[in-house]
Design a protein around this ligand. Sequence first.
Ligand code: PLP
Length: 445
Amino acid sequence: MTEHDGATDGRADANRELDAGRSDARERDEADPLSDYRDQFDLPDAYYMDGNSLGPISDAAEASLQRAVDQWREQGIRGWTEADPPWFWYGERLGEELAPLVGADPAEVVVGNSTTINIHTLIGTFLDAVERRDGPTADRGVLVNDLDFPTDHYAIRAQLRQRGLDPDEHLHLVESRDGRTIETDDIVAAMDDEDVGIVFMPSVLYRSGQLFDVERITEAAHDRGILAGFDLAHSVGVVPHALSDVGVDFAVWCGYKYLNAGPGAVAGLYVNERHFETTPALAGWWGHDKETQFEMNLEFTPAADAGAWQAGTIPVFSAAPLFGALETVNDAGIDAIREKSIGLTGYLIDLVDEHLTDRGVTIGTPRDPDRRGGHVALEHPEAMRISEALRDREIVVDFRPPNVIRVAPVPLYTGYEDVHAVVETLAEIIDEKRYERYDPAGDVT
Ligand SMILES: Cc1ncc(COP(=O)(O)O)c(C=O)c1O
């Protein structure tokens, strides 16, 4: 027997072991209290592991969208006041439904705009608020980190520039030590820079999936007179929050990821009630006091709650699916969702450790469940081409440069056996070098 035969035998043993693990996955699925929710979703592919980018359609989301379409057909303009609920109040009603998911009072949450626009309006609002509080020489730098999703920085830089503040001087970056995660101690230490007036961090990093300590960051900020805001795009719907209890000043999030409200769905925002008197930076008639909005006064009277941060007319068809989608999430319960999410991501990490480490795959996500959001980052030098090969096997993941495959086993429609199948397929693709069939632009060659 040659050395090569020995290696092949070893691999065959490993594959047999991996294959044998499927029954364990099946048992986990049988014990899963959320397993039935999968039937309520239409998954476009056999294994949909990309719900942290775009959640799939559910029966309930489709029905609530269809209801709005029917109301448009049957009621026309009367739908603004006579639809159930009236379109006019969609932002507020959806805010009420969302409030328990983020741990806030219903008045503190509203739905409107996109996440990027909500970052613009809230950062702008609080830059102005700090200036009003501390005077014209107020320290108004914004603390972010160098692993953020880019739109956050684009928006904050623009808001700084509009106030005559040079972003190169006033946008402060906490640097990652390892290129994957940000240390809370480093965030807190960076707050000692006198210029910092606002800290704006993600709840979960979009690439590595690291979950931030929202409470500690907020407390440290407040101890120094700094306001604390968060981008919750990668946590709302999969990780519970307690924004009001913690005293977070403001937050934003997307409706199309774990909330499953559809492509381009309307976004959500939270403003702590102690800021309700603050003037929104991007004022618009949809943020006007609803009781007098149609008096058409040229002077802006903001709503007395988070509703003031809406700007223009709610996009009804980009909001309607959220009603149904939230019914499903709230019915399952965010605590049960989080528990299963930790189970699925932990199982994925264990399988990767066991079967893919010697195939060159590294885990880029914190192993401590308290520091992990809903997805796992798998790192491999061929991540891009492997992602393509997975897609051709009906496993949808996404690639984030330079070397990350993001795998999101979303609890409402993913089981342990699905996770097992992903790992098994990855092993096969790597062993057989199937990714070599794809060129670096992502096409099959
Ligand atoms: C962390 C984060 N913030 C913001 C956005 C973008 O928000 P939008 O394009 O909906 O404005 C994304 C999109 O993926 C994101 O991941």
